[in-house]
Every structure is written in C-alpha cells, then in structure tokens.
Write a protein that binds this ligand. Structure first.
Ligand SMILES: *Cc1c(COP(=O)(O)O)cnc(C)c1O
Length: 548
C-alpha cells in the first residue's frame, strides 16, 4: 500500500517536471525520442554477444583507428598474409596450377595419374600413425567396398524419395541403427547430415524455433562449457543465438555444473555437454547436466560427434562408462559422427532427438514457391546419396562385433599411452581421458616445445590453448604394432633434451601460435586466421577473360 502511494507520488512528480511549461509538440517529440531510445537500448542490451565482449571489441576497434596503431597492425598483418601464401607456394613447388578449364578434357588414365600425384603431396605419414585424429581408419578392403558402393549410388539424391526410395531407406536405417546405439526409445528420431558441424547447427536451429514457438523466446541463449566445439559458436553466429560459455573444473576438465546453473536464464533454450570434448578429451557429467535441464525445463544436447562411435561400444568392450545417452532422463538430442569413429567416408554424421517435436523444428518448409511446396530436412537441398550409401555400407560391414573389437583396440592403446605419459615427471595428463583423446601439459616447460620437437620427428599433434597443451587423438592407425611404443619413446627422448634447459622459449612454427594467445585483441587473431583461410585458396591469378 505504502509502496503504491509512493509510486503514485513519484509518477506525479515526474509527470509535472516532464510536462511543466512545454508545448504539446515538445511533449510528443520527447515521448517519441524516449520510446526510440528505449527500443535502441533494448536492442543494445539484448544481443547475441555479451556486453563485456562487445565492449572490448568496440574498444579495440576504436584503438585501431589511431593511425600509428593502424599502420603497425596493417604492416604486421600483410607480412603474415605473405608468409601464409609463400608457405602454400613453397608446398606446391614444381607442380603447375590449373587455373582455367583444360581446352580438351583429360583421359581417365591422365586424371587418375594426376590424382595420385596430388594426393601424394604433404609430408606427414598419417598411414603409419604419425597424425592425431584426421583419418580414423584406413584399410584397403574397406576402401574397395566404399568405392564400389559409392560408384553404384553416386547419382542418387534423397531430395527425390520417389525416384530414389532405396537411398532414403538407407538413410532411415543409418538413423535408426545409431538411435539404437544410444538407447533411443520408440519415439527417438533424427536425420543424417554432412558432418558434426551440420548436426549441431541443425539441433540449434530446431531448439531455437521450438523455443520461439512454444515459449515465445525471442532472444535465445545456449549455455555450454568452454570446451564445447566451435560448431556451436558457428550456429550462434548463423542463427542469431547468444552463446554463453561456462568454465570447466580446473582439475577434471568437466563442465562446472554450478556455473552452468547460474548461467541459465529465462532465455536459455539449450544446455550442452560433450562425450568427450575435442580439446582435452574429457567427458562432461551428463547426468548432472541433464538433471539441471529437467529442473530448469531446458533441453539438453549431448555432443558425441567425436566419441559417439567409441563410447557407445565401450561397455560391451569391457570398460565402465557413466550413463550419457537417451537412457539419462533429460537428454533430448545427441550428435554422433559416422565419419569419425563410425569409419564412414567424410561427409556423414547423424543428429538424433528423443522426440519428433524437436526434429519437426529442424525441417525447413516453404509452401508458396512457384516450383512447388518445398520441404528439406537439413541445410542442403540436393544431397549426396552416394555418401549415405557408403556410410550405410560401412556400418553394416563393421557390425556390432567389428566396432566393439576396434573400440577395444583403440581404448587399450589410449590407456597404454596415458599410463606411460603419466609416469613422466615433467608432464601431466589433463583430467581423465574418457575415450581416445589424450591431452598433455607441463608445469616444468612450455608444452609447445614438445610439440615442436615431436613435429620434427614426423608427429602431427593438436595444439591447445587456455590452458596450453597438446593432444593426441588415438585412431585405428595408432593401434598397429609398435606405433604407441614409438610415440612414448619419442616423447621420452625429447623430454630428456627439453629438461636440460626447461626455461627456454618456444621457437619454430608454434611460437606464433603461442604468441597469439597473449594478444588481448582477438580481432587481430581473427584477421590473420582469415588470411590463413585465404591461403588455402591460393592459385596464381587467372587471365580473367572467360571463354571467348
Ligand atoms: C569434430 C567434432 C565436431 C564437429 O564435427 P565436424 O564433422 O568436424 O563438422 C563437433 N564436436 C566435437 C566434439 C568434435 O570433435
């Protein structure tokens, strides 16, 4: 009561001050300004990006308008750009570029020879297990099968189910077999996509549209650990969803569920956990995340893109795994990449939902196009039936037994390497590697020195930042006799050298990578990453005159 009175008084006071001695047009214009200002302020405060991060970005952008700063940055950037380009030129030395269509088409023989030449570029011996991740399985027999199957199905397109019903059945079966692996109930469903990124993008789209329709959420937010894959940030950028990162526990490298709970707002449309995450290979506590989701009535996505086709078989292979899939109440979707440990060719992944209501919001439908009512399940219109068929063939070629056997080998190799590395004094392993990714760091020296040294021995590992580390993603190639032993021996040998002078700076290629982590203006790091991407598309310039 007293409060109401006070409010009335305040209103009266403000009204009198506001209106006193003003012309009607002034009142109207002031009101309009206030309303527009309010709208602007609302728009300013509620964007996809947080205020702090926007504030920083604006400050750095302003700094880059200072001529001296701008000159300095531009000259550094153009140097970096030239370096990237020269590296590509150097890499392809002695191999002329094709910059326009050959006047006459080449023959089958010529083309196959050229393909062999092109595929021979690059120095890393990935077939011998020198590379982290990238190729998960390599076997002549499997490749022959996939080549045959792709050849048979290369012209098919599930966009036309009436013309190619068989390839649609294959896709449906890939989805169902995968749902079965993750304890999807009778209502579970999903689609194939072209990769983990598209699976994640589709899930985010589905939840965004579901939340808008069911709950009227206009400024959607997703809460996820800092270790979640950048595909979610990409989805945020593409779909206008704000992404809120919460830290992981500094000991276990699992998401800090308390921080996640505090980050949930009325606009939260999704919580995310990874099984495991890419950088440190640790698995979030999905039961805790899912319980939080249930309590807050927010859907939960499990990103099993990397580890899905390992972790699903681990129990059968004799390892204990905490519950993480649709068996956990509250988990509403799972992404799992067939083109990683499913060993299918690149360009395939599966997104699964606990219920069809989410998948419905993944679909895109336009009803008024002159070309007809158009509905498509994923980003692409036309889709590669050949890849679907090859993925389907891979799955039924391995079978449950094949996957369990491979999982056993991969996890055994991982645990062997973890055990040996843990014995080395100057190293530590981040958290507990859940499946097949081993991340290591050091308190005694800069870990990039080890990465650099191993690089010189032919190893290609992944550098990590915040905190710095390197990881090895163990694939089927690392299970071959002697490979894991060789890795451990090489690490031990290089540690011996490094520990003679542990305080030395990082040099070589990774010096720049290490330096970039110290640059507070991330937009500069972004700029040179764009130049790096440019360099992937380098060719000498064409003539630019087209066919006469
Ligand atoms: C690889 C990966 C993705 C994205 O998959 P792409 O197939 O590369 O698009 C998503 N999440 C995790 C954990 C991954 O390792």
């Amino acid at each position: 009561m007293a409060l109401d009175l006070a409010k009335e008084n305040l209103k009266g006071l403000l009204g009198n001050w506001y209106l006193a001695g003003r012309e009607p047009w002034q009142v109207v214009s002031a009101t309009a300004t206030a309303v527009l200002g309010g709208v602007w302020l609302w728009g300013f405060l509620f964007q996809e990006e947080s205020l702090v991060s926007r504030g920083k970005r604006v400050a750095f952008r302003l700094a880059r308008h200072i001529p001296a700063v701008a000159r300095r940055i531009d000259s550094e950037l153009s140097k970096i750009n030239k370096d990237f380009q020269e590296e590509v030129i150097h890499r392809n030395e002695g191999n002329p570029y094709i910059v326009s269509l050959p006047e006459q088409g080449k023959t089958h023989r010529e083309i196959v020879d050229m393909v062999k030449l092109y595929l021979g570029f690059g120095d890393y011996r990935w077939q011998d297990g020198y590379v982290s991740g990238a190729v998960y399985y390599f076997d002549e027999g499997l490749i022959r099968l996939l080549t045959d199957v792709y050849g048979l199905a290369s012209y098919t397109n599930p966009l036309h189910p009436d013309i190619f019903p068989g390839v649609c059945k294959m896709e449906a079966e890939v989805v169902r077999m995968t749902a079965e692996l993750f304890h999807g109930g009778p209502a579970s469903c999903g689609t194939m996509t072209t990769g983990g990124t598209e699976s994640i993008l589709m899930a985010c789209k589905a939840y965004r549209d579901y939340a808008r329709e069911e709950w009227g959420i206009k400024h959607p937010e997703i809460v996820l650990p800092t270790t979640a894959h950048p595909a979610f940030d990409k989805a945020g950028l593409y779909l206008g969803i704000r992404i809120t990162h919460v830290p992981v526990d500094p000991e276990t490298y699992k998401v800090d569920v308390g921080a996640m709970r505090r980050a949930v707002s009325r606009n939260t449309i999704l919580l995310v956990g990874s099984t495991p995450n890419f950088p440190y290979g640790t698995m979030d506590d999905i039961e805790a995340v899912a319980a939080l989701g249930l309590r807050k009535r927010v859907p939960v996505h499990v990103d099993a893109c990397l580890g899905g086709f390992v972790i699903a078989f681990m129990r059968r292979a004799g390892y204990s795994v905490p519950p993480f899939d649709f068996a956990v109440p509250g988990v509403t979707s799972i992404s799992a990449d067939t083109h990683k440990y499913g060993f299918a060719p690149k360009g395939s992944s599966v997104i699964l939902y606990s219920e069809p209501k989410y998948r419905h919001h993944q679909f895109c439908v336009t009803t008024d196009w002159p070309g007809g009512v158009y509905g498509s399940p994923t980003v692409n219109g036309s889709r590669a039936g050949g890849i679907i068929a090859a993925c389907w063939a891979t799955m039924i070629s391995f079978g449950l037994e094949g996957y369990v056997d491979t999982t056993k080998k991969i996890v055994e190799t991982t645990r062997y390497i973890v055990k040996r590395l843990s014995e080395m004094d100057s190293l530590f392993v981040f958290g507990e590697p859940a499946t097949s990714v081993i991340a290591i760091g050091s308190r005694a020296f800069h870990i990039y020195r080890l990465s650099d040294a191993l690089g010189k021995r032919g190893w290609n590992l992944n550098p990590l930042q915040y905190p710095p580390g390197i990881h090895l993603c163990v694939t089927h190639m690392h299970t071959a006799p002697g490979v894991a032993e060789r890795f451990v021996a090489d690490v031990r040998a290089e540690l011996g050298t490094i520990m003679q002078d542990p305080g030395r700076q990082v040099d070589g290629k990774l010096a720049m990578y290490g330096m970039s982590q110290g640059i507070p203006d991330r937009s500069i790091v972004g700029d040179f990453t764009r130049f790096f991407l440019d360099s992937m598309y380098y060719t000498p310039a064409g003539r630019g005159d087209g066919p006469a």
